[in-house]
Design a binder for this molecule. Sequence first.
Ligand SMILES: [Zn+2]
Length: 535
Amino acid sequence: MKLFTFDTTLRDGTQGESVSFSVDDKLIIAQKLDELGIDYIEGGWPGSNPKDEDFFARAAQELRLKHAKLCAFGSTRFARNPVHEDRNVRKLVDAGTPAVSIFGKSWDLHAKLLGVDEAGNLQLISETVQFLREHGKEVVYDAEHFFDGYINNPTFALRTLEAAQKAGAETVVLCDTNGGTLTGRLAEICAEVRKRFDGVLGIHTHNDTDVAVANTLAAVEQGFTHVQGCMNGYGERCGNANLCSVIANLEIKLGHTTVGPERLQSLTSVARFIAELANLPLRREQPYVGQSAFAHKGGVHVSAVLKDAAAYEHVTPATVGNHQRVLVSDLSGRGNILYKLKQHGLADRLPEETRRELLERIKQMEYEGYELEAAEGTFELLVREALNPGVKFFEVENYEVTTRMHGGASRSTATVTINAQDGIHSATATGHGPVNALDLCLRNCLSTLYPHIAEVRLTDYKVRVLDSKKGTAAKVRVLVEWSDHRRSWSTVGVSDNVIEASWSALVDAIRLELMRLTAQDDSIQKAVEDYCWGV
Ligand SMILES: [Zn+2]
């Protein structure tokens, strides 16, 4: 059955504590959601802030949506205003979107807090819906706090739905605004409502009890055909129903049509793209689209997955545009390492003795605190060095870095000397911090000999303390993410000196890029691209 998807990442999603989008971000995200095949995109609340008003003004000029309907969000009219004079309702009309979503009160407690009686509340709902319909809008009516309201006073709650539907709302959405309703109860209430109401019924859940996705699916199983949620589960407090998981479950597990199987394959890339714009790392363990969603670490799992992926994977990763990953770790034994080497087409090219040495070296590094499963770049470099003994490109002679605080501002200056194929190079540079200064120096030293390294840029930098009991003398692990526009990879460094650990990760990344550029072997290149995470 065709179900309607309603994305509220740009409205409810931005209520999340660490989520913030500029107007430009919002326009790009709307375009992406349209390409993904989302049916409705809720862009914001034009009555609540100038940024959202600006978004709708620019959307009317700049957005070319092929499929999705843009939707402006707002509330029913204020009790004291006639509907045509209500500033917020007027802004909804002025937003120029084909659809409008409005929320109204379904819980008698909230109506009381607003100071309106039941008849007054029903009037607010029906007049606002009617006014918007008369202005040519498709109306999605959000019954705020519906489940809590229904539990407290079912007659009151049901009458509000009736008022919205009679006034012409095309879709009536039950909202678990506080996110506290568990699935069994929610399903019962949805079944009751379905019995009494025809037409399109929708579900909007929050994740305060960690069952928002389950609740959405339960409503669908009761005959609801409109699902609301946010990409990556962003949203107020604990977030909204994660639309990525909702869509994947509806398509793959329940056989419904949302975005269709072809567009479903872009789910992972859209989820990652939005996370990047939100400047939030995508949760590794996020179902379907996370980096670890199809990652295998345990030795037994790995050998079984090599024989038949279905043994430890509930769906084929490619259906949602994700990849299977086999992690390298001291926990998982030789099976994983050999798998990696085979995956690269490299196993046969390494003598038995070199293979064993490589395995020992990896085990030793893991023991020292390197986290190779998160740093595929460092692992790849180890393999390439084993394949090309003696190829180093450059040796580091020495480096020095100082940070000086003066007048409230600090500046870091570094000097690096390396011995490259064409002789000694030395560079001094000032940067935003010590790592940036060292990075600039290394690039200056190598730029004439290897101009391509300019394309390698640092995209993320994380420091983790390994033995926190030692306080500031503790060993740290530095994980750096890199990109060269075509792919991304991570390198890792471990030391009791954070600069040393960062330097090691930095040198590994540059060396790896040089190794890749000189290895004129398409099969390695292809295997590497497949191996490195990146979409
Ligand atoms: Zn909400």
